[in-house]
Design a protein around this ligand. Structure first.
Ligand code: HEM
Length: 416
């Protein structure tokens, strides 16, 4: 067992009531010990950029979330079985095979083809809100937009989207909370089963022939391949559905909040819109939607001077790594001119986010629209409240007010 001083548990740090001061707590943890054994969690906790990024890409660690499915509670086991088939929780060679199957749908070029559709969706939302002078950025924009985009990609028709989202929420909640009661576990397993049933019907029977080069066309290749297990393919479609919208929802909410709290930074972007892509990266670093990544030591090994036993889990705290002063001078300052490319908000190494180009594009289009079309936006209502999750950091609502515009502000030309 580790002998060095153990700081406060990550569990207490990530409690909902501590979200306001999250980054202060991370600083304390990192300053005390940037890699420590957390007794309450039963895992190592890494908070420095160097350890987080090196461990995420270190082949001595596994991404398998449930190494012993039989040890998982009966209620959670059906969900654990599905998650274990997903690329996010797989190691080589399964991981590379699954990633290769789906990655062509997410190349920068394939994603760029979605620009106009995303732009139109954002335009509609803001045009609808413009005459009212009010918008809940989370409920009206950050939730429906990424869901619509990923559902478009998978061919989920509009009338089914809210149902699909209602299945996704309990699963995302289960992924984000290590201590689930039996009811929560059962609900998450049932929701996943319903989602898989739905996707099975969608891929096998509905929607007509897929458009060439679309995600559905890629999936059809998988279905036609006798070596490809159909259930595994479904499990990975479910991953896209969940990963494709929960995270981006939180990103849009967190980014908007940061800009509302830093009006000078928002003004800078209005004056210099060419900084918006860099701002998206900086906002991802500044308040990361995914706070934790999990890895497990494959065998006894040394990590940053500590001895880890085979099978021990390591929680890589992306949010803390992204505020590490060793990697980012003045880490608590929002600086759009910061040299980019080093944050770990999308992870690092072989599991680097498959949807990063898509999330970035959504981020750029949303920020452009909010900044140019609602220039006098301001926060209203109760103080922003954070949702309950250990893994994801995101708001439950973010209400703004702005000068109403009866003509609904015609849309700007689609940016190149
Ligand atoms: C701002 C939004 C997003 C953030 C912050 C984010 C974050 C992440 C992170 C941190 C990982 C790595 C997890 C690990 O190594 O354990 C990851 C992986 C992944 N993400 Fe995202 N993500 C976002 C949006 C998306 C979107 C839009 C999609 C899909 C359309 C997506 C699909 C995936 C997939 C499939 C993986 C697994 C990749 C693999 O295992 O090789 N993500 N994401």
């Amino acid at each position: 067992m580790p002998t060095h001083t153990t700081p406060a548990s990550l569990l207490s740090v990530l409690r909902t009531q501590n979200q306001e001061r999250l980054y202060d707590f991370y600083r304390d943890l990192r300053n005390t010990d940037d890699l420590f054994w957390d007794r309450r969690v039963g895992a190592w906790v890494a908070t420095s950029h160097a350890v987080v990024s090196s461990t995420a890409s270190d082949p001595r660690f596994s991404s398998i979330r449930y190494p012993d499915i039989e040890a998982v509670s009966e209620e959670l086991r059906p969900l654990a079985r599905v998650l274990s088939q997903q690329m996010l929780y797989s190691d080589a060679p399964d991981h590379a095979r699954l990633r290769a199957l789906l990655s062509r749908a997410f190349t920068p070029r394939a994603v760029a083809a979605l620009r106009e559709r995303i732009f139109d969706a954002v335009d509609q939302i803001i045009t609808r809100a413009a005459p009212t002078g009010r918008l809940d950025i989370v409920a009206d924009l950050a939730r429906p937009l990424p869901l619509a985009v990923i559902c478009d990609l998978l061919g989920v028709p509009e009338e089914d989207r809210s149902t699909v989202s209602s299945w996704s929420d309990p699963v995302a909640a289960a992924i984000g909370n290590s201590r689930l009661d039996a009811d929560e576990s059962r609900a998450a397993s049932q929701s996943m089963a319903q989602m898989l049933d739905y996707l099975r019907g969608l891929l096998l029977h509905e929607g007509g022939p897929p458009a060439p080069h679309s995600l559905r066309a890629l999936l059809a290749t998988g279905i036609d391949n006798p070596d490809q297990d159909f259930e595994e393919l479904l499990a990975n479609c479910a991953l896209l559905l969940i990963a494709g919208h929960e995270t981006t929802t939180h990103f849009i909410g967190n980014a908007a909040l940061a800009l509302l709290e830093h009006p000078r930074a928002a003004e800078q972007l209005r004056d210099q819109p060419d900084l918006i892509p860099a701002a998206v990266e900086e906002l991802l670093r500044y308040d990361s939607p995914v706070q934790l990544m999990l890895r497990r030591a494959r065998h006894d090994l040394d990590l940053a001077g500590r001895s880890l036993a085979a099978g021990q889990p390591v929680l890589l705290v992306c949010g803390a790594a992204n505020r590490d002063p060793e990697a980012f001078p003045d880490p608590d300052v929002l600086d759009f001119r910061r040299p980019g490319g080093r944050h770990v908000a999308f992870g690092y190494g072989p599991h680097f986010c498959l949807g990063a180009a898509l999330a970035r594009l959504e981020g750029v289009i949303v920020l452009e629209a909010l900044l140019t079309r609602l220039p006098d936006w301001k926060l209203v209502g109760a103080a922003p409240s954070w949702q309950r999750s250990l893994n994801f950091r995101g708001l439950t609502s973010l209400e703004i007010a702005f000068t109403p515009s009866p003509d609904g502000h015609p849309g700007q030309p689609v940016p190149e």
